[in-house]
Design a binder for this molecule. Structure first.
Ligand SMILES: Cc1cc2nc3c(=O)[nH]c(=O)nc-3n(C[C@H](O)[C@H](O)[C@H](O)COP(=O)(O)OP(=O)(O)OC[C@H]3O[C@@H](n4cnc5c(N)ncnc54)[C@H](O)[C@@H]3O)c2cc1C
Length: 404
């Protein structure tokens, strides 16, 4: 008997989708396939753990809509399942007069998206974050922190308890159509399914290419490198301190993030990773690297943004340069306050014309739904992204239920 639904990818998006599916259609025969031996080994287990408020995103975008509703759902989920989280608030600081317009624009987006936030002056900023630089800031009291790996593992346990099956160590290698079924080939054998959902993160474009769809964009892996404050310096950052981001990039710039498990993370930069899962400089996969370097979209982007790219790479090799970037936000920071911390790799979709895809991208064809771009704030938004995908599957799930 075929599975009703196969979900590919045991990161937070695949898990949240499976969880929502079983909540809304409890009789569904669901199988989740994950290539690693454990869940949440990639983006979900290597992120900053911020519950984003939704302040940055273009009103009407999928990011804006999903982040607002998803964040509330995530808080409720954590409360219900005793997962620690904290609504600690954050500040986005303007460092000089030139950044005031940027602050105003972000504030207006926040207002349009229904985010509780206010513009504050220097004195109030010093009360909230005594060690942050800045002449003006936006205070976002509703931003928070959580451990998304913990959320993902809880989702996994709930899926299994609801009758879903999770198979780790099982990599999807091919997808083919056979009359009413889709056959998902894996390293652990072939599984027939009526419907398939691709939530493969850093490999989502490759899984998409296994079907007869052509990806709208290719995933290019960008490594984000971090330092951590030494314990004696934790007091320098009370909550979350962010700069005004460069509007040409979907990255937020180096910032200070207090983590739910303790400690303060500083970073990240954004450099091309030489492997889809290249967490260190020495992780090189020749095929992955060539695929990025020969992709016309990457070449066009590199040509346009070479200056920024060089700056990011310089920060990757020079701790002094990284410290200099951090000192703009917090002048007291010195090199000896920082120790290297684990990096994360972002799955960033890039179009052939060289544009970084900013919004979430969900494509569907026939019986397969693909999540083609789920960058930050997709962890915050995951429980709502799951609902959006189940909405797409709903008509087909009703047909499946009738055929049983
Ligand atoms: C450095 C960094 C910081 C971030 N900070 C934040 C933050 O503070 N807040 C926030 O909301 N978001 C943040 N994000 C974004 C967030 O982590 C991601 O948007 C989210 O984790 C994406 O989840 P996912 O399930 O799509 O991908 P992933 O977590 O990468 O999961 C995809 C899974 O698919 C599996 N897979 C791939 N190919 C196959 C295959 N062929 N067969 C079987 N399995 C396969 C992989 O092994 C992986 O487990 C950050 C991301 C990074 C990298």
């Amino acid at each position: 008997m075929p599975m009703d639904v196969i979900v590919i990818g045991g990161g937070i998006v695949g898990l949240a989708t499976s969880y929502r599916l079983l909540q809304r259609f409890p009789d569904t025969k669901l199988l989740l396939l994950e290539k690693e031996e454990q869940l949440a080994m990639h983006q979900t287990g290597h992120n900053s753990g911020v519950l984003h408020s939704g302040i940055y995103y273009k009103p009407g975008s999928l990011k804006a809509a999903n982040c607002r509703v998803g964040k509330l759902a995530m808080e409720e989920f954590c409360q219900e399942h005793d997962i620690p989280f904290e609504i600690c608030g954050k500040v986005i600081v303007a460092l000089d007069e030139r950044e005031l317009l940027g602050i105003q624009k972000i504030y207006e987006r926040g207002q349009a998206n229904g985010v509780t936030c206010e513009i504050i002056g220097k004195e109030r900023l010093r009360e909230i974050e005594p060690h942050a630089a800045g002449i003006r800031a936006i205070h976002v009291p509703e931003a928070g922190i959580v451990d998304y790996r913990q959320v993902a593992l809880k989702l996994g346990a709930l899926i299994t308890a609801a009758g879903g099956r999770i198979l780790c160590g099982c990599e999807v290698t091919g997808i083919s159509e056979r009359s009413s079924e889709t056959i998902v080939q894996t390293t652990g054998g072939a599984f027939p399914a009526r419907l398939v959902v691709n939530c493969a993160g850093l490999h989502s474009d490759r899984v998409l290419r296994m079907t007869d769809l052509r990806p709208e964009a290719q995933i290019v892996p960008f490594r984000g490198e971090y330092y951590e404050l030494r314990a004696e310096q934790h007091h320098l950052c009370r909550h979350l301190i962010y700069p005004v981001p460069d509007p040409s990039f979907p990255f937020l710039g180096v910032h200070f993030t207090r983590m739910i498990g303790g400690g303060v993370e500083c970073g990240p930069n954004a450099v091309l990773a030489f492997a889809r899962e290249g967490y260190t400089k020495s992780d090189v996969h020749l095929g992955d690297l060539l695929e990025s370097l020969t992709y016309p979209g990457f070449v066009r982007m590199a040509f346009k943004h070479w200056r920024t790219g060089c700056g990011e790479m310089w920060r990757s090799f020079s701790k002094d340069a990284f410290v200099k970037a951090l000192r703009r936000l917090m002048p007291e920071i010195r090199k000896e306050h920082l120790v290297a911390a684990p990096a994360g790799v972002r799955a960033q979709a890039l179009t052939r014309s060289g544009a970084l895809v900013d919004d979430f991208l969900i494509q569907e064809k026939g019986k397969v739904v693909h999540v083609g771009n789920a960058p930050s704030p997709a962890a915050t938004a995951s429980l709502n992204i799951g609902n959006v995908i189940v909405d797409k599957l709903e008509p087909m799930l009703r047909v499946v239920a009738r055929a049983k």
